[in-house]
Design a protein around this ligand. Structure first.
Ligand SMILES: [Zn+2]
Length: 342
């Protein structure tokens, strides 16, 4: 049997130690090359796009040295983080790279409390930081529709825990006893044409596997005439109008005689459950869509070297504009409603 990817040398092309040993200047240059990749790291004015600038080295109130640039054309002063997710950052740039390599190496996700211990920062700081990374994964996602062979399925979050005493337990089959906060995570995964797993994944949060939700999720994310494998639940019944719909029956076999199979969707759920139960424990519905998209990213990049993945996440975050949801979060600037598919 082939060696597991995480045991190969390719899974550890960079270590947390290597990043921790970088100087602040090396970390800055890393971010500059990712942000200004067209000029190989030469600063580009965030106001007018001019590439001629002076260097001004300043020191922050906390004694941190900051490399600032002043545009020769429009006189705007800027740094590598100006106008990005990390604008007005309190930590050193190297700390952000360390956070990103820790986030990358956590193949089942990482909770804010674990990140706060790793970086020696308050829980609130770590909470916003890991959410900024998740937001950058969403904002820079390739939204081209899936095509070819797709697997679709749903799993549930927020199930009601039965009461201790038998006489207090509710009949959870009855509609009036259902937990109103229960949500369904819908997933669609495009199979790799080489036949090794799946390589692109879309997710959505719904209140259940209703036909309408599944139809709108599929039409938004999957090209017409693709082939969709599902477990044959009623909600997937309409798909055959637009797709070749192949339904398996898990009560008989997980892989049917004619190749019916949604194991790649199950593989996604498996990683998601490890994040949910083993790492984050409580996933609020408000940001559930961000967590499941993180799991989708990890599944799709499960065989990418950790250095490539770290640089990809660093590039996505340094190229994400100042975020409306994650600037001033603890001052009250918060998302007010869930991201639900109708
Ligand atoms: Zn300028």
């Amino acid at each position: 049997m082939a060696q597991h990817f995480l045991l190969t040398a390719n899974s550890r092309t960079i270590s947390e130690l290597e990043v921790a040993r970088m100087s602040e200047d090396e970390a800055r240059v890393t971010f500059e090359k990712l942000r200004w990749s067209d000029t190989d790291g030469e600063p580009v004015c965030s106001n007018c796009g001019c590439t001629n600038s002076y260097v001004i080295n300043t020191t922050s109130k906390t004694g941190k040295s900051i490399r600032r640039y002043k545009c020769k054309a429009c006189r705007t002063q800027y740094t590598v983080t100006s106008g990005t997710l990390f604008a007005n950052h309190k930590l050193e740039l190297r700390d952000y790279l360390i956070a990103i390599i820790i986030f990358t190496n956590a193949v089942k996700g990482i909770s804010a409390s674990q990140m706060s211990r790793a970086l020696g920062v308050q829980y609130k700081t770590a909470f916003v930081l890991v959410h900024k990374l998740r937001a950058s994964l969403i904002d820079n996602k390739d939204n081209t529709k899936l095509e070819g062979t797709i697997e679709m399925d749903g799993c549930y979050v927020g199930k009601t825990r039965p009461m201790n005493r038998k006489e207090d337990r509710l009949d959870l089959r009855l509609a009036q006893n259902l937990n109103p906060n229960k949500r369904c995570v819908l997933v669609a995964r495009q199979r790799d044409t080489d036949g090794i797993g799946a390589n692109r994944t879309f997710t959505a949060i719904t209140t259940g596997e209703a036909t309408q939700s599944i139809d709108s999720f599929a039409k938004e994310n999957i090209k017409y005439n693709s082939t969709i494998h599902s477990d044959g639940a009623i909600g997937y019944g309409n798909l055959e109008a637009w797709y070749e719909s192949i339904k398996g029956d898990h009560s008989i076999a997980y892989v049917g005689e004619n190749g019916e199979c949604s194991n790649q969707a199950e593989s996604f759920f498996s990683r998601f459950r490890r994040l949910q139960y083993g790492q984050c424990h409580k996933l609020g519905n408000l940001y559930l869509s961000n967590y499941v998209n993180e799991v989708a990213y990890r599944e799709d990049n499960r065989r990418v070297s950790n250095k490539t993945m770290m640089l990809d996440i660093a590039s996505k975050s340094i190229n994400t504009p100042t975020h409306s949801e994650w600037t001033g979060y603890w001052q009250g600037n918060k998302r007010t409603s869930e991201r639900l598919v109708a």
